[in-house]
Design a protein around this ligand. Structure first.
Ligand SMILES: [Zn+2]
Length: 369
């Protein structure tokens, strides 16, 4: 074994990907759990760029629901429209639970955030069910290879052989305390590895996940990845005008006057981490948005963005509540730190049109402070 950190990182990435390859591929849970853990590590990155040492089963359940939410919309294939199967046999339990929750809503096509506001009790029950499924199935099984459990990502504090497990989890979910330990403890360095590997592993996980769903449903893979993981651009329309007003009708990046073709841009690119939260959205003209594409913006833009989120906090809150938009500044900032504070030497950040700057850690840090 090498002691050089970059070798450790690569070895870790390879082990992680082999878990997905070797898994008894009966449901897509492993993808959801890994991606969920990665997202939670990003979101909880602190001011010094440190990833968390543990997350809870509750947090993971919330994240897994977020990941599967767009997947529980009907997929249209010719005259047929149906929710895609994510299990070898019938539907995966987590998906079935989410579908049932959706169907009880007056408008099942709403965003998760709206659904949660509309039926918070139902959402609470959904969280309980999904958390229990995670406790029972993917979390104890993720690191089992060839019948042997070989934890190198996390340790859990519960045992499936305990007869009282269901009762303990129920008691914990009702807030009555008890013996259930809901922490998923990362092994040393793992949180940091997951954050560093985000840019690299996310597209691989998307690809593997989409290919598995294609296989379960007898579909070609081509359209599937964008259905499962793409941006729903029309859904951004409700905030476009309000954010344009907040920017005095100017492009966020170049200050040019915005015309009718203005576009909502994800400041932290969707490809790096899907985040429709109001604080991650800015309005740009088509030229800037197209040029920025999936690149990260340069420190000067980060500074403007931090300034906007801080200085216009009240107005952003007002926009979010006016159109009932999702808003979670802490998670958005945590992810920005997780991504920006760990950029490798030589990474290029987008400045304007076809101009890029090489990353300078000091500048990035200052911009995020
Ligand atoms: Zn512009």
């Amino acid at each position: 074994m090498s002691t050089r950190p970059e070798h450790d990182l690569i070895a870790f990435a390879e082990r992680l990907m082999s878990l997905l390859d070797l898994s008894q591929r009966s449901a897509t849970y492993k993808y959801a759990v890994l991606l969920g853990l990665m997202d939670l590590c990003l979101e909880a990155t602190d001011r010094h760029g440190q990833a968390p040492q543990s997350v809870t089963t509750r947090e993971l359940a919330r994240k897994v629901i977020e990941l599967y939410w767009p997947h529980t919309q009907n997929f249209e294939m010719g005259p047929l429209a149906r929710v895609l199967r994510q299990n070898n046999g019938g539907q995966a339990r987590v998906l079935a639970d989410i579908v049932a929750f959706r169907e009880r809503l007056p408008d099942p096509s709403v965003t998760l955030d709206r659904a949660r506001q509309f039926d918070s009790a139902g959402f609470g029950r959904l969280l309980d069910d999904v958390e229990w499924t995670l406790i029972l199935m993917p979390l104890p099984r993720l690191q089992v290879v060839g019948g042997h459990s070989d934890p190198f990502v996390y340790l859990i504090g519960w045992n499936l052989d305990t007869l009282r497990l269901r009762a303990d989890v129920r008691r914990y979910q009702r807030g009555e305390g008890g013996d259930f330990d809901n922490l998923i403890r990362f092994l040393p360095g793992v949180g940091d590895h997951l954050v560093r590997l985000n840019g690299l592993l996310r597209p691989l996980i998307y690809r593997g996940w989409a290919s598995m769903v294609a296989r379960f449903n007898g579909l070609p893979e081509s359209k599937l990845e964008s259905f499962l993981f793409g941006i729903d651009r029309t859904s951004l329309n409700p905030v476009r005008e309000l954010l344009t007003d907040l920017q005095h009708g100017q492009c966020f990046y170049c200050s040019a006057r915005l015309g009718p073709a203005a576009e909502v841009d994800h400041f932290i690119p969707w490809a790096r981490r899907p985040d429709n939260g109001i604080h991650n959205l800015v309005v740009a003209d088509r030229r800037c948005n197209g040029a920025k594409s999936d690149f990260l913006a340069a420190p000067a833009h980060v500074g403007t963005w931090m300034e906007r989120n801080r200085g216009r906090a009240a107005e952003l809150d007002a926009v979010a509540s006016q159109v009932r938009w999702e808003s979670h500044l802490d998670r958005t900032l945590g992810a920005a730190r997780g991504i920006y504070l760990r950029l490798g030497e030589g990474t290029r950040l987008w400045l304007a049109r076809d101009e890029f700057l090489k990353v300078e850690p000091g500048l990035v840090q200052a911009a995020l402070a």
